[in-house]
Design a binder for this molecule. Structure first.
Ligand code: DC
Length: 224
């Protein structure tokens, strides 16, 4: 049966600019934007604050029943709310980035997040970015984009983003974190990062944001 809502899934490696493209598309089409990585980051922040042992499945399950994540759109950005607290800034810190791949590889965490993501996509036009959106969360998404970029370009972008916020990081730390996350994200047992067969590849190493938006809009127009 034909679905009335339209789902755009954007997957790819860390720091490829997925959220930037996804946000621009959502704005242009007046779709809801959901950053699924922010949900895994919020869970990771909770685990760090509450010293939840990732290997203790009872502790993980208890934590998951206590975690409530909401997205609150406002004119400048979408706030990520963890149990009533705006954690939009804190989830981007290096300490969270350093632990998020381990936390998001836990089966129970993925089951809980995927269920929430699927609920967000019901009866809404949505753009969701992540690692497994086109493969696991919405395997029948109307448009699937798989984003990639040269690792040095990705590290430079991430460095600029973090230093602009005043975080003290080195290029070496960033490159190591990206390589580490790529490895865990693509080799984990539970819905690893991989390109869906029907996804269209967008390598944005040498593309401006406008060019990326135009690329996705063209693919959207073919399917709308
Ligand atoms: O998109 P991001 O870099 O903010 O995501 C943070 C981490 O969350 C990433 O290293 C892997 C994980 N993630 C995931 O496992 N599945 C998703 N759909 C989105 C993110």
């Amino acid at each position: 049966m034909a679905r009335k809502n339209f789902i755009i899934a954007i997957d790819g490696f860390s720091s490829c600019g997925k959220s930037t493209v996804a946000k621009a598309i959502a704005k242009k089409l007046d779709f809801v934007f959901v950053d699924s990585g922010a949900m895994y980051r919020a869970v990771t922040l909770y685990f760090l604050r509450n010293k939840v042992d990732c290997k203790d499945s009872n502790a993980v399950n208890a934590a998951l029943t206590d975690i409530h994540i909401d997205f609150v759109p406002n004119p400048d950005r979408t706030e990520i709310i963890l149990n009533g607290e705006d954690v939009s800034e804190e989830i981007r810190l290096m300490e969270v980035s350093a632990n998020v791949s381990e936390v998001s590889a836990i089966k129970e965490v993925r089951v809980a997040m995927v269920a929430q993501q699927q609920k967000l996509g019901k009866r809404r036009n949505i753009v969701m970015d992540g690692r497994d959106i086109g493969t696991t969360v919405f395997p029948d998404a109307n448009l699937k984009i798989f984003m990639t970029a040269n690792p040095n370009v990705r590290a430079e972008r991430r460095f600029a983003e973090l230093t602009a916020k005043g975080e003290q990081v080195t290029m070496e730390e960033i490159k190591a974190n990206l390589a580490h996350r790529d490895h865990i994200d693509s080799t984990r047992a539970e819905s690893p990062l991989r390109q869906a067969e029907d996804a269209i590849v967008l390598d944005n190493s040498n593309l401006t944001q406008e060019q990326q938006l135009a690329f996705v809009m063209e693919e959207y127009s073919k399917r709308a």
